[in-house]
Structure formats: structure tokens, C-alpha cells
Design a protein around this ligand. Structure first.
Ligand SMILES: [Zn+2]
Length: 370
């Protein structure tokens, strides 16, 4: 979503491809290209006495690898990369992790859930979407019988764009919540969030007042929070909302370095905005479900335009994530009908008092692919 807010952005533009920009002593920013409307991913370099740590790596295509080699030649002051830190397992973050760790024979640092999920998806591609689990998941959500075939074609296309899961380094160093990495003169604390991915690592430096937030906190777009066929009864939006509550203790003068959009100030305002955005979407769904609904028919409540098969997958995943948190809060119930599709129905007797139809945020244009 593009929403207006009063966050402060000290930099108007991203660094040019193949260059870096210093944001604080020992902290440099670079961007790599991304397909589609997102255009870039932001990556960061942290300077140690012996060399550099890379935070996130870009997608696994030849163009990004070439840009990295330009950075290695021109921007590292003759020092090597001594570690790769990946915030989470999505392809734009881990795509070059094998290339860089091979090139410098340095360690990959990730949380355990992210590393192993990346390795398992790297070995199976998108196939879980077309398995019987995928068929069952999408049928229950009200999708047509040929939808999994449409998805299969889409995955083939995505692979050709470099957005498939890359081969991962064969080992890693584990990051854990609360752990401190000393890099150069600064301590970086690992702060784990969840919901967008299972065990997403952010890095917080109190002395520099900087947080590298990955996709956990983005200033403009809202990260995708989806239920997938691999875990059809997951409740990722609960984890996402719980994480936001936790991150609200981040000092308000923190300079946030996100993976997409621009670095910004205003972390608490952004978190409050995201919490109220999801609360509003859930209330709109409750109002829609006064008459029982299938998941597919909830999409217009959340998204304004026609969606292609991949956008549909993200949008459905998000709609179901919102419904699952409502079920957890005992505000919606779910029943499997004879036609094989779930019906969702509002059951909170207090809904009349809370409802304000016609006053919700406008549906978002479409789901964002991060
Ligand atoms: Zn992501």
C-alpha cells in the first residue's frame, strides 16, 4: 500500500547501482535491482577491523552478481567480506548468499528457522502449491479447479526472472533473539520478529541509534503476511501483531534502515499505523462475514483491482491470515460445506457496536510482493 504518513526520510534517493553511501560510521547502504514495481532492495555493509559484514544480498541473477563484484572491487577499501547476515529466507534477501560466502569463504549468519526453511524450499521449488495440499487449500478457499495449474505456470515464469529459491550455502552460523554481534566499535543486537517469515532477524545498534529492519518494518509498503498450503492452519498475523507490539519498545529516535523504500525516522508511528491498518482490515472482514463468505469473495474487501495468479495467491494468503486471527479471537467461525469450501461467519455479538461500515481504509491496490 502507499499511504501518507509523517515519517521523516533524510535521503531522497537510493544509491546508484554498484555504489555505496555512508549512513553512519562503519554503516554503508547499497541497492540492488528487483523485478516488478518494487524496483530495489536495500542492502547494508557493516565495517569491522578485519573486513565487512554484508546484510542481505539481492536476488540470485547474473546482473546482481556482477554489481556485487563491482562493489567488491571499488567500495570495500581493499578489505574482504568476512560474514553474510541474512534477515530472512526470501529470495531477494538470500539470492547471492552462496555466491558471496563462496567467493570469500566466509560464514552465513541466519536464524535457524529461516536457514532451514530456505534450504527446504530451495530443494522443492514451488511444488507444494500444486501438491494435493495446495489443491485442497485453494479449493477450500473457493478457487477454480485449474488454479493450481495457473500457479505452476507462474512459478516457471518467476524462476526465469531470478525470483526462485537459490541453492543455499551448505552450513551457517545461528543467530538468536537477544544475541549481540560486535562489529568494529559497535554492538548489534539481534531482534527477532515473525509473521512475514518465521524467525526474521533485525539488527539494532543502541550506540548508533540504528535498526536494520529487513522486511519486518517497512515505511510505505506493507509486508506480505500470508497463510500458505504448507501450513494451512497457520496464524501468521497473530505473530505479526505480537511482533509489532514488541518492536514498539524501539526508541523513537532510531534511524530505521529497511529492505525496501527509503531509510526513515518514526518507527513507533509506523508500527502504530500498521497495527491499526490490520485491525481495520479485520473489522471490514467481520462486517463482510455477517453473511457467510468464502475466502475468495473476501478479496475485494482488501484489494481493489483484478489480480493475476501470483497476486491472487498473495492476496488469498493475506485474507486467510486475517480470518485466522479473527477465528483465534473468537470473532469468526469456519465451517466446511458440502461443496468443499470453507464459509466464514461473524459470531461476535458485540460487532454491531464496533462496526462502522463505509468508514474503512479504501482497499489496497494489490498485494505487495515482499
Ligand atoms: Zn521478505
Amino acid at each position: 500500500m502507499q499511504e501518507s504518513n509523517t515519517l521523516k526520510y533524510p535521503y531522497e534517493d537510493h544509491p546508484k547501482p554498484g555504489t555505496t553511501m555512508e549512513l553512519a560510521p562503519g554503516v554503508r547502504w547499497l541497492t540492488m535491482p528487483m523485478p516488478g514495481s518494487l524496483a530495489h532492495i536495500n542492502l547494508y555493509l557493516l565495517e569491522d577491523k578485519r573486513g565487512w559484514y554484508v546484510v542481505d544480498t539481492g536476488i540470485g541473477n547474473a546482473e546482481t552478481a556482477e554489481l556485487w563484484h563491482e562493489i567488491f572491487r571499488k567500495e570495500l577499501g581493499g578489505k574482504p567480506v568476512i560474514g553474510v547476515i541474512c534477515t530472512h529466507m526470501h529470495p531477494d534477501h538470500i539470492g547471492q548468499s552462496a555466491m558471496i560466502t563462496e567467493e570469500f569463504r566466509c560464514a552465513l549468519h541466519m536464524t535457524r528457522a529461516e536457514y532451514y526453511q530456505a534450504r527446504s524450499f530451495a530443494n522443492s521449488g514451488g511444488s507444494h502449491h500444486s501438491s494435493w495440499l495446495g489443491q485442497s487449500f485453494y479449493t477450500k478457499a473457493g478457487m477454480p479447479d485449474d488454479y493450481v495449474e495457473q500457479l505452476q505456470k507462474m512459478w516457471t515464469q518467476r524462476s526465469s526472472e531470478g525470483m526462485s529459491m537459490p541453492t543455499m550455502p551448505s552450513g551457517y552460523e545461528r543467530l538468536e533473539d537477544g544475541q549481540v554481534l560486535t562489529i568494529g566499535d559497535h554492538d548489534w543486537q539481534i531482534v527477532v520478529g515473525s509473521g512475514h517469515s518465521p524467525e526474521h532477524a533485525c539488527l539494532y545498534c543502541a550506540s548508533l541509534k540504528i535498526m536494520i529492519s529487513g522486511d519486518q518494518i517497512l515505511p510505505i509498503i506493507t509486508s506480505n503476511v500470508s497463510v500458505h498450503p504448507t501450513e494451512p492452519n497457520a496464524n501468521p498475523l497473530k505473530e505479526w501483531m505480537d511482533s509489532h507490539d514488541r518492536f514498539l519498545s524501539t526508541p523513537d529516535d532510531t534511524f530505521v534502515l529497511p529492505a525496501h523504500n527509503l531509510p526513515f525516522y518514526g518507527v513507533r508511528e509506523r508500527l502504530r499505523g500498521l497495527i491499526s491498518h490490520h485491525d481495520d482490515r479485520m473489522l471490514a472482514i467481520e462486517e463482510a462475514c455477517v453473511a457467510p463468505q468464502i475466502a475468495k469473495d473476501l478479496l475485494p474487501v482488501l484489494f481493489a483491482r483484478e489480480l493475476d495468479p501470483r497476486q491472487m495467491m498473495m492476496a488469498l494468503g493475506e485474507a486467510i491470515a486475517h480470518v485466522h486471527l479473527l477465528i483465534h479471537r473468537n470473532r469468526i467461525d469456519r465451517e466446511l460445506h458440502e461443496d468443499g469450501r470453507y464459509r466464514f461467519r461473524s459470531i461476535d455479538p458485540d460487532l454491531d457496536r464496533r462496526a462502522h461500515p463505509g468508514q474503512h481504509d479504501a482497499p489496497t491496490d494489490g498485494p505487495v510482493m515482499v
